[in-house]
Design a protein around this ligand. Structure first.
Ligand code: ATP
Length: 622
């Protein structure tokens, strides 16, 4: 597989073997389409097989008609009466042939429509299948995949392919159909003038070579421009979102965004235009070469007819066959290079599916201890974000005893959220380990870990779903449990917010949809906290849970939290010391290391960093 890279590649950088290797994805594509609908896939193949034989049949019946007409003109005297002639039976053959040709034309039309119907239905189903597969696969990947621009580029490329790639298979089926047609036409032509086929073949080469080169250039361009295209999407997104509208207006960012969009779009446009112009010019030259070949061959057949070697019917059949063959040969050859070209894009899609999550479950996973008997321990843990050469945390050891509430404090970037990500196994540590009652998190079943640790992140998601769903998704298995949702909402004070909605729990939140209703930051936070309460988790992690709450709500949320957390283990992160002081123990972090640790009173008495920070905040209130 190619190394994932978003950097531009040029046609010359891709070896022939690599181009061929991309064709392996055709098998995966076929399986995916087959899985989508066996019936429709079989129907598409079957109908095309029948349609493949139509051209030669048409030409041959045409030849028979002409020969029959020529024969009849020889025996029928000018001005003969149609009725007498019909009754004599002389017209029987030509009538049958005409009827046959009519049937072939009608049949062909029906087949074309049936194929296009089957392909369009299959195409839509397949594009749904790919989108579902993409969603499923993305959900299995690690957080690191989503936090890395390179993987976002890959996801973007895969997403772009999801909707359109089934056309490749239609194209391959079409190719197979054309090949069968060519074989039947060529067999006819071969009987009359074998070397004409060779001539046709040679005349194709420049076009095929040119086409595959342009395909590769097109792909390289597209791929190399993925980061810019993502930026383009981003600028478009910023310019048209309710979340951004306030700042865009007040900072007067409109022109700035327009300029940035123009610059990015302009660069992409210039590249695309150059490619389109080159392709058009060379396409014209190559087409002229093959037209020349056709007329050369045509002149030859005309001469052989004049000299009496071929009948007029033969002439019609041969020139028709040659014309069709010429077109079809072109189509097939170009089709092959196009399929090869398209399969480059398939690599984007299927190599995304080949990405494997690195945080995987142990072979024989152990359950999370219920209840926790001893403690959660960070044992000499070190962690560096991928693509970062700085340790976010290093040599970190601490424990949270069963039933204890521990608070983490520290300046921005001290490593607090990183600790939460390690505790929830969104990442694995690079050094040391995180254990619960001595069992490494890596040995634990992902499901039981998720069931036992409830987290509310500072950048929690504001889903444009109903209020009930926004809370219910905190425990997807109990999403329909209204009683549980109400209890969770009561605990987090979200119930008061929801009681003000005309639709209550059925109220759609957010500004995305017509009936949606937006909330204040603090109101959203109450909903998010309720989501955390949906799970009856033993360990609750609250990362900046109350930053947007007013003082009264904060006091109340925490009053309830500490009450409810009795017997539960909790980890709190907050910059507000009024929140932090309720914890049994406070850990002060700096640069990913612990610098102080103890209950609030002890830390204040010790007069260290915590005491200073506490004093600064307290002074602000005096
Ligand atoms: N996805 C990431 N990739 C690379 N570095 C990161 C990533 N997330 C955080 N960091 C870095 O890791 C360090 C610790 O970050 P962390 O988010 O844990 O800090 P924090 O204490 O939670 O900060 P805050 O109080 O601002 O929320 C910081 O230096 C930060 O820049």
């Amino acid at each position: 597989m190619r190394q994932p890279s978003s950097g531009p590649i040029t046609p010359d950088q891709m070896s022939f073997a690599e181009r061929m290797a991309n064709l392996r994805h055709l098998g995966s594509l076929f399986r995916q389409i087959w899985r989508t609908s066996r019936f429709l896939t079989s129907a598409s193949i079957g109908l095309r097989l029948i349609k493949a034989l139509q051209p030669v049949a048409m030409l041959y019946v045409g030849k028979l008609i002409i020969d029959e007409v020529v024969r009849l003109t020889g025996i029928v005297s000018p001005g003969a009466d149609l009725e007498t002639l019909w009754q004599s039976g002389a017209l029987a053959t030509v009538a049958v042939l005409l009827a046959l040709e009519f049937a072939l034309v009608i049949g062909n039309d029906l087949l074309t429509r049936a194929i296009s119907l089957v392909d369009s239905v299959l195409g839509e189903l397949h594009s749904n299948t790919v989108s579902v597969d993409l969603l499923r696969h993305a959900a299995r990947l690690d957080l690191l995949h989503f936090e890395s621009p390179e993987y976002q580029d890959r996801l973007e490329r895969a997403r772009r392919q999801a909707a359109s790639r089934n056309s490749v298979l239609s194209q391959i089926f079409g190719q197979a159909q054309d090949i069968i047609t060519v074989a039947t036409l060529a067999a006819g032509l071969f009987v009359y003038a074998p070397w004409l086929i060779l001539l046709l073949f040679i005349s194709m080469f420049p076009a095929v070579w040119g086409e595959q080169r342009f395909n590769l250039r097109g792909y390289a361009l597209n791929r190399g421009r993925t980061p810019e295209r993502r930026q383009l999407e981003y600028v478009r997104w910023i310019g048209a979102r309710p979340e951004t509208a306030k700042e865009v207006k007040l900072f007067g960012l409109g022109d700035f965004l327009v300029e940035r969009f123009k610059t990015l779009a302009g660069a992409i446009f210039i590249d695309n235009r150059k490619l389109a112009v080159d392709r058009a010019i060379w396409g014209g030259v190559f087409a002229a070469i093959s037209t020349l070949t056709y007329y050369g061959a045509y002149a030859y057949i005309v001469w052989r007819t004049i000299s009496g070697d071929f009948t007029i019917g033969d002439l019609a059949f041969l020139s028709g066959s040659f014309l069709r063959l010429n077109g079809l040969f072109h189509q097939i050859m170009l089709g092959f290079t196009q399929v090869a070209g398209q399969s480059l894009y398939l690599d984007d899609l299927f190599s995304f599916f080949e990405l494997k999550p690195s945080i995987v479950e142990a072979d024989d996973p152990k359950p999370f201890p219920v209840p926790i008997r001893s403690a959660i321990r960070f044992e000499n843990v070190g962690f560096r974000y991928p693509e970062s050469d700085q340790w976010a945390i290093r040599n970190l050891s601490f424990e949270i005893a069963a039933g204890e509430t521990v608070a983490l404090v520290g300046e921005n970037g001290a490593g607090k959220t990183t600790i939460v990500k390690l505790l929830t196994r969104l990442y694995d540590p690079d050094e040391g380990r995180v254990t619960v009652d001595g069992i490494d998190l890596k040995q634990m079943s992902a499901r039981s870990l998720a069931e036992n640790i409830g987290v509310i992140f500072q950048d929690f998601m504001r889903f444009s779903f109903t209020a009930g769903e926004n809370i219910g998704i905190g425990n997807i298995e109990h999403m329909e449990d209204e009683e549980r949702i109400r209890q969770a909402a009561d605990r987090s004070l979200a119930a008061d917010v929801i009681s003000g909605f005309p639709d209550g729990y059925a109220q759609v939140l957010g500004r995305l949809f017509n009936e949606g209703r937006d909330l204040s930051g603090g109101e959203w936070q109450k909903i998010a906290i309720a989501r955390g309460y949906m799970r009856d988790a033993q360990v609750m992690v609250l990362d900046e849970p109350t930053s947007a709450l007013d003082a009264r709500a904060e006091a109340e949320v925490f009053g309830r939290f500490t009450g409810l957390a009795e017997g539960k283990t909790a980890l709190l992160i907050s910059h507000r010391f009024s929140t932090v002081r309720v914890a049994d123990r406070i850990i002060v972090l700096e640069g990913g290391r612990i610098i102080e640790e103890g209950p609030h009173e002890d830390l204040v008495a010790a007069g260290g960093v915590y005491a200073d920070l506490f004093e600064i905040q307290a002074a602000g209130y005096r």
